[in-house]
Design a binder for this molecule. Sequence first.
Ligand code: ADP
Length: 946
Amino acid sequence: MHEFTEERQAEERLRFLAEASTLLSASLDYEATLADLAKLLVPRLADYCIVDALDEDGGLRQVVISHRNPESEELLREVRRRYPPEENDAHPVSEVLRSGKPFLAEDARDEAIRRAAVDEEHLALYRRLEATSYIVVPLEARGRLLGTISLGTGESRRRFGPLDLELTHEIARRAAQAIDNAILFRAAQESYAQLDTLLVSAPVGIGFWDRDLRFVRVNDALAALNRLSPEEHVGKPLAEVIPELAPHLEPLYRRVLATGEPVVHEESTDEAIAGPGDARHWLSSYYPVRGADGETTGVGGVIMEITGQKRADARLRLLAEAGELFSSSLDRDEILKRISRVVVPRIADACNIYVANGDTIERVAHANADPELERLMDSMPDRYDLGPSAPPAFRALFLSGEAMLAPEPTPELVAALDQMGLDRELFAKVGSRSMMFVPFVSRGETLGVMTLGSREPDRYRESDLELALELARRASAALDNARLVRELTYRRTLLEAQQESSLDGLLVVSTEGRMLSYNRRFAELWRLSDEVIASESDDAALAQATQRVADPEAFIERVKYLYAHPDETSREEVQLKDGRVLDRYGAAVRGPDGEYFGWLWSFRDVTDQKQAEAELRRRAQAAQALEFVGDGVFLVGSEGMIRLWNPAAARITGLMESDVVGKPAESTLGGWPLDQASERPHTFPFDGQRGELWLSLTAAEFPHGTVYAFRDLTEERAVEQLSSDFVSTVSHELRTPLAAIYGAAMTLRREDVVLGHEQEASMLEVIAGESERLARIVNDILLASRLDSGAATVSIGRADATEVARGVLAAAELHLPADVELVLSAPEPGPQVAADADGLRQVLVNLVENGVKYSPNGGCVELELEQLDGRVRFAVRDRGLGIPASEQERIFEKFFRLDPNLSRGVGGTGLGLYISRELLRRMGGRIRVESEPGYGSTFSFELPLA
Ligand code: ADP
């Protein structure tokens, strides 16, 4: 325990404070200073000292920890490590940081440490440190809390009082001040270093000059601009470093010095540094540099080189101007002339522009900055040959569109130009010393070449070539555009002409419903008004068109549907109210990539076609009727050709359609009485393939010729013939017996003549015989007609064939001519046949009578019966006249007679064989004849055994 009088204590505190102040102001390294401060405080004021600094982010950093006893310092460090105050709200440090108020625990031994301890172990550690008294004061500067200083006593058992707290707080205030200063200084130093780095490495030139306009300092960029090192500038006057610019710059600097006002964005150009077009440009600002008291001590400057920008600007301007100029024309030669005027004089003194035309190039534009030289250029050739013998470089220029840069007229270049036919002397006079050859290429095709020449050697660099190429690209685009526009105009004109000449009405509607394109025919077909056409509105056109159609609702429905389904194409007919029919075709109009542009409608008036179709259908039906009609129909055109020959005509005549159609009627139908044909039928014989036919022909005129119809009347004619045969035959056959009967009867009636008994009997005999003959004829006629009508029937029963035959022969014997002999050859007993006995008898009578009748020279007539397997064969054979083969069929026809005129005096009705055939047929037999004229005939048939 120290003893202090109040006065000495005050003195002591002041001295201590003075010592601390001196210490704190000694250095700007505040961490070292705080450590020194701790040494001052321990052990003179406290047993230990801890300084905690508050970081920017609010964390607590233990800057100093110092204990008079190294062992205890270790322990103290451990306590602090294991129980950091920032994790303990009850810790005095945390309390001070929260409140900003100093903290004093005069006697910390019991309650205070218990409050600060987190747990028993913490408390035990405090006890080991023998914590007695405790002070925590804030470090605060400019209202900002920087941390805390903690002082404590332990083993010394010293106790702090309010005066210690005040002293410590005062020291903390001064320490905080010192820390703040140190921090500020460090920040200032850092920012100065940053500034300096910036100054030195800035991409813009920065410099400082004193009032005498001597260089004080320049950065690397400005030094480089002046082509000296930064050090070489220092102390030198402006006029010495940049003599060319000094006259311009000095007044500026002086103005800044005089007025104290900055000069901003001064542009300067240095033409002297490089050749024309290569001038350098700067943009600079100058401002006053002031000393601590505010007076102007010098000039600062910021200098930026903007040559690149200026050049780029100029190029852009040139390109923009050129682009606009080119695209304002659609004429190739005009565009090329404009190019030559753009490049001269801006990037060239002379310019020639050629276009390729096969193996030759033709000059279409040229220009020179000097009018006199331009006149000279007029006399240069306008055409060069680019054939295989041309210099390869020029061929490459045209064939592959390669650009070429010739910074100087090399001997090779001059020789090449010479080879092309360019006069050396003329070339020399125009005086191009550096040249560029720039092709115009569009879509891989070299359109032409531009040559640019400068009178200045080595004038052109890669960048110039690039500019020229860019210019050429724009010109190519303009040329290409011109070409495209011409082509489009041409195509459009073609399309329009096509559209207008189309018989179809065409309309293209855009996706927005605008009528993009339509032809006159479209408006005509739909009878659209001029207003509707002028409106170009599809809706308006549709509305008007809808009024014309027969079914407006279906029409509008369909159109809407199609617009909503652009992928469908459609074709259908639209019936109009006025009777016309339009064929409508609709399809989407799509671009090359399938994009939907709109809709195409095409209309065609098919009214005539429809009518023609209907007519054709009608005709086809008529023609079809002709196919089926039974009459032969043919058509002879007015020119005399057979145009139609129906199947019936072919069937009747045997002449095929292909044989007659397209042939002249006169020769093909030679025997036909075409001239005599009229509406009244005309019958004529026609020599058909199957014998003679009788055709009845009628004719009707029609506008394009004559239609003939004919039918086959052969059968009708045969019937007619038959009836006339019948009449003549029957009348003859009846007349003979009638005449005999009449004669005999008249004789018997005569009174003047007395007949003897014998004569009378003979007369009666005649009457009886002829009557019988008459009866037979009439019977035959009746039987034939009954057979014809189907009224005559047979009743099949059993008949003894031999017996029937014998009876027939016996009857025939009665009036047999003397020179004819009848012979029967038949089995005995006679076979029983299934037959109608009367019918069989009648047949045999007919055959035997015929055999006798047609054997005028007499002979033997045989009746032969032969029993075969299950049947009996009957044959009647004579040795008479015989029958020609051609007539062997016909003799069985009704009334047919080989000798109808009775030239041989043999009468007959021509019914016998007909009746025989018909009777036999009813009995299941079939009559046949074998005969040879002059040698006789054999008639035979068979009947089944009963
Ligand atoms: P008709 O004898 O009354 O004339 P038919 O019908 O019996 O009638 O005979 C038809 C024709 O057949 C005869 O007119 C005759 O010309 C021929 N004919 C029939 N039988 C014979 C025959 N046996 N020999 C030659 N001609 C015959």
